[in-house]
Design a protein around this ligand. Structure first.
Ligand SMILES: Cc1cc2nc3c(=O)[nH]c(=O)nc-3n(C[C@H](O)[C@H](O)[C@H](O)COP(=O)(O)OP(=O)(O)OC[C@H]3O[C@@H](n4cnc5c(N)ncnc54)[C@H](O)[C@@H]3O)c2cc1C
Length: 605
């Protein structure tokens, strides 16, 4: 059995020393955010995840979800967990108060995502679309849906799915075949099949509402082979009476099968068949075309990506805690600088440089990326509710750049770090008993769902950085450059700030040259995109570490003891010394032409 202690102290430090949330009480959701309130809140959240969810997680994944008579049966403990989750109030903690939630801000959502993924992602996935779907429907749906569906999602009595993927297309949604035809009463009839739908059915709530992508015929009755015909529909597993909200007959929505997966077996990943199912179109009022049609889906996807980014941090945290504990106990070989356990047959493996490489690399990622994650989550509040227009725009820009970077880089590193932690246990890492292989298998999915990581890289390089005449790029670089300049007088800051400044210069140069090369080599920036995204990830986590180091050096922390300060500075040095140099190596590769990749005929690959 693995152990887990939620990083409550680290979040209190980040919230109050780094982000100074207590100075933003005028922002919605922050009124109570003083350090005492934060600690109590986070400890309550930690207790649920440490004591209730974590103990049953492994067994639930071993049991798995199964299909019985066309209905999904979730693992044994999940019904009781669902009851406790609903009653605890954590499910709706981030939902605005006017919708029945606790109105906690997105920084809290980031913490919740980390804790829940580390301790029970399979369970959490059944409920993960409840809050985002409720908020999306409240913004975009007809009044009867707001009245009858939204409150049930907020209460977790019903669950929601996001149903986009089809067997022949996941990334390229232009190819969707599910069709929706208008009916005379204003509803729509949907026919088609979706695959990989998380929580497509379950026995944890009374009903499931599917947010479904389907194509509608144009005025000539033909269906266009592009995104212009793709619309979003709410399709309930059971029909809903718009007058009373009462559930009626089944609605032509069936589960074809449950996928057998590499991990997350407790989460039912379903083939969903829509056979003459009745749906309700959800579109942005007052807008037209694809922007209106797809508004609902973008709402859900952006929400999901920040949570997915935190999953990489959650898996790293729990894997590192367990691997470090093992490394303190496991005896093998002797420390090169003299025995530390002379009375014993050997020293603990934590003395060895290679084990420290694995453990410190994972810890430096977890704590640096966590600092970055809450910074970006806080920017959501500033972008939405801040008063200074220029600052709001800067926050929007940083979120635009950092959403694909965090989603892809944090899930890549999360898998890598969980795998490194498995390595600490040697052969014991590979067998089920110690639990590390479970984390590695589960962490893998973050890299490929919610938009595969390669697609995130293209989105960053081809769209996000160049939008608004390059303004998001300028905001990202300008923010870090101003931070670097402001540290000129901070004693002892050079080992943290100089590598950051140097890496930022390299990144800027690569961006200029890779995008300019597209003129003569059409695949140049696409071939470089993944390396560029990884460079952004390393630099952005380095920025978070440099900020922490400078705060400590300036004596501006009140939530870290002396040992914790020394530890944070040591981890910041690990990042600067061991990760930042990779930026230069990645730059060399990013600046190659695309020829080594594109010059090889497909049949020779
Ligand atoms: C456990 C699990 C849960 C999921 N849950 C849901 C869910 O709830 N709802 C839902 O709708 N979907 C869900 N998915 C589906 C998931 O989002 C898709 O698998 C993902 O979007 C990728 O689509 P695909 O599998 O069809 O791969 P493809 O789109 O076929 O892509 C295959 C590879 O090709 C690359 N690629 C594709 N197109 C391009 C291009 N134009 N340029 C460069 N590279 C390209 C991709 O990056 C990827 O590496 C889930 C998947 C899993 C495994």
């Amino acid at each position: 059995m693995t152990s887990y202690t939620a990083p409550v102290d680290d979040y209190v430090f980040l919230f109050h020393d780094v982000l100074k949330l207590h100075e933003h009480r005028d922002l919605p959701g922050f009124a109570d955010f003083d350090p005492e309130f934060t600690r109590g809140l986070l400890q309550g959240l930690a207790d649920f995840h440490e004591k209730v969810l974590h103990p049953v997680n492994r067994a639930a994944d071993e049991e798995g979800a199964r299909l019985e008579n066309g209905r999904v049966r979730t693992p044994g403990p999940f019904k009781e967990l669902a009851r406790q989750y609903r009653e605890s109030g954590w499910l709706a903690a981030g939902v605005p108060e006017r919708l029945g939630g606790a109105g906690l801000p997105p920084v809290f959502g980031a913490v919740s995502s980390e804790f829940s993924v580390a301790t029970g992602q399979s369970f959490r996935m059944y409920f993960s679309f409840c809050a985002p779907a409720a908020e999306m429907l409240d913004a975009l749906a007809e009044p009867w849906i707001k009245e009858h569906v939204v409150p049930r999602l907020v209460a977790g009595e019903w669950t929601a799915t996001m149903a986009m993927t089809e067997a022949h297309c996941g990334t390229d949604l232009r190819q969707i075949r599910t069709r929706a035809e208008p009916l005379s009463d204003g509803t729509w009839r949907l026919r088609g099949s979706k695959i990989f739908i998380s929580g497509g059915d379950n026995d944890l709530g009374e009903n499931v509402v599917h947010i479904v992508l389907a194509k509608v015929p144009g005025p000539d009755g033909r269906i266009a082979n592009d995104l212009s015909s793709v619309n979003v529909f709410l399709v309930s597993r059971r029909r809903i009476d718009p007058e009373t909200g009462a559930l009626g007959a089944e609605n032509g929505v069936g589960v074809g099968s449950i996928e057998h997966k590499m991990g997350l077996a407790g989460s039912a990943t379903c083939v969903m068949n829509f056979e003459d199912a009745i749906g309700h179109r959800i579109a942005a009022p007052g807008r037209s075309g694809a922007a209106a049609n797809m508004a609902a889906m973008f709402f859900l996807m952006n929400y999901a990506r920040v949570g997915v980014a935190m999953s990489g941090i959650g898996y790293t945290e729990i894997a590192q805690q367990n691997a470090a504990a093992y490394a303190r106990e496991r005896l093998s070989g002797r420390a090169t600088r003299g025995p530390v356990n002379p009375a014993g047959p050997a020293d603990p493996i934590i003395v060895h440089a290679d084990i420290r490489r694995l453990l410190l690399g994972a810890r430096a990622f977890a704590e640096g990326a966590r600092a970055l994650g809450v910074k970006i989550a806080f920017m959501q509040s500033l972008a939405r509710h801040g008063e200074d227009e220029a600052e709001k725009t800067r926050c929007e820009d940083l979120m635009a750049v950092m959403t694909p970077v965090m989603k892809a880089y944090c899930t890549d590193k999360g898998f890598e770090c969980a795998n490194d932690c498995l390595q600490v246990l040697g052969g014991h890492g590979f067998i089920a008993e110690y639990g590390l292989e479970h984390f590695v298998r589960n962490a893998r999915v973050g890299q490929l769902y919610e938009g595969a990581n390669g697609i995130q890289a293209l989105d960053l390089v081809k769209r996000k950085l160049t939008a608004h005449q390059g303004r998001p790029r300028a905001s990202f670089f300008g923010t870090i450059e101003r931070f670097v300049a402001a540290q000129a007088g901070t004693p002892g800051a050079a080992p943290y700030v100089r590598p950051l400044a140097a890496a930022l210069d390299v990144l800027g140069d690569v961006l200029d040259r890779a995008t300019a090369a597209d003129a003569s080599d059409p695949d140049a920036s696409a071939a470089a995109a993944y390396d560029i995204l990884t460079m952004f990830g390393i630099v952005a986590v380095g920025w978070a570490w440099a900020e922490i180091a400078c705060l400590i050096l300036k004596g501006e922390t009140s939530h870290l003891g002396d040992d914790a300060k020394a530890r944070k500075l040591a981890l910041a040095r690990v990042w600067m010394a061991r990760e930042m140099p990779l930026v230069r190596a990645l730059a060399d590769r990013a600046l190659l032409s695309s020829e080594p990749l594109m010059g090889v005929p497909s049949d020779l690959i």
